[in-house]
Design a protein around this ligand. Structure first.
Ligand code: FPP
Ligand code: MG
Length: 321
């Protein structure tokens, strides 16, 4: 599912976005060969939310929005390349990850390249200090989220720790896409605030569903291996719930908190979680965040944009990939 095509954006704008994104990773042969597959197959949620919010009142020129939309997708791609190294994930979007293909050393540098390219686009297109500051804060938060996750692998987080983590690693990014759209469009402070809160709640819902799909998804559709979080020691909401309600809670705890057992028995953990109400529990929580997102949408924005932002919110909960 590509969110951009679902968002009612004009075909030309979508094509131009894709073309600019492709061009951004074609500086030399190796970059082109290694990065082109990495930018393919994504949902484009971040650039789409940015573009929608930037067009919340009136359509603004693509020259003003596309470089930043591309930069957001590049930062996201860079973070996934690094994340797959940290999580030792072999598959992403149905294809081999960069570190599986090129080794971790090169994959780190590919991520760094994408990340630097994003900031180059922002500088070259004169988005100004505020935008650069927001993006640097974003990347610092992404890193803090991943560091806190990595420092607590194989230990059960409290609900607060879980929420702090998904806020840093996902929700802040999604809220910033909406905020930047509002800023580039010159919306007033209250409107930008409403869009930012919408994005934050959407981001929490998005990550909860992501964590849910690790247990309940279809590998062919998600493009990722089931049970990857358990295997890599990341304990998420479905496990937190199952530990509370499952008859096999003791066994589940033993698996998810012990690296050796988790590597071997991750599929038993998936089975235990699947026999509880974790699916419904996580969906209800995600739905509550999406409801909060919609309530916070500013009233002044165009109807067509509002409707699409509502549809995207619903899709975030319903998605299966
Ligand atoms: C996916 O989470 C990963 C993230 C949301 C953020 C990763 C961020 C970093 C590695 C920090 C470095 C950032 C840059 C820009 C260099 P997940 O593992 O829960 O999701 P998955 O199931 O898709 O892997
Ligand atoms: Mg991961």
């Amino acid at each position: 599912m590509n969110f951009l095509s679902a968002a009612g954006m004009t075909t030309e704008l979508l094509q131009e976005f894709e073309e600019n994104l492709r061009r951004s990773v074609s500086e030399d042969d190796f970059i082109k060969e290694s990065c082109t597959p990495l930018i393919q197959g994504g949902k484009r949620l971040r650039p789409m939310l940015f573009l929608l919010c930037a067009n919340a009142h009136e359509n603004i020129s693509p020259e003003k929005t596309l470089p930043l939309a591309v930069a957001l997708e590049l930062i996201h791609t860079a973070s996934l390349v690094h994340d797959d190294i940290l999580d030792n994930s072999k598959k992403r979007r149905g294809t081999e990850t960069a570190h599986s293909l090129y080794g971790s050393q090169i994959a780190v540098l590919i991520g760094d390249y994408l990340f630097a390219k994003a900031f180059q686009l922002v500088a070259e297109n004169n988005y100004g200090d505020e935008v650069a500051q927001i993006l640097s804060d974003l990347v610092k938060n992404l890193c803090r989220g991943e560091i806190s996750q990595d420092l607590s692998l194989f230990s059960v987080p409290t609900m607060k720790d879980y929420y702090d983590r998904i806020n840093l690693k996902t929700a802040i990014f999604i809220s910033i896409c909406c905020k930047l759209g509002g800023i580039v469009a010159g919306l007033n402070r209250d409107e930008v605030r409403g869009l930012t809160i919408y994005g934050n709640s959407m981001g929490l819902a998005f990550q909860i569903v992501d964590d849910l799909l690790d247990f309940f998804g279809n590998e062919k559709i998600t493009g990722k291996n089931l049970g990857g979080d358990v295997k890599s020691g990341v304990i998420t909401l479905p496990v937190i719930r199952a530990l509370k309600v499952s008859d096999e809670s003791k066994m589940l705890h033993e698996i998810v908190t012990n690296q050796e057992i988790a590597q071997r028995e991750f599929s038993s953990a998936v089975t235990i979680v699947r026999t509880t109400d974790a699916f419904t529990y996580c969906k209800l929580r995600a739905q509550a965040h999406v409801d909060a997102a919609i309530i916070n949408l500013p009233t002044e924005i165009k109807n067509s944009v509002r409707r699409t932002l509502e549809q995207v919110a619903d899709f975030v909960v319903m998605r299966n990939s």
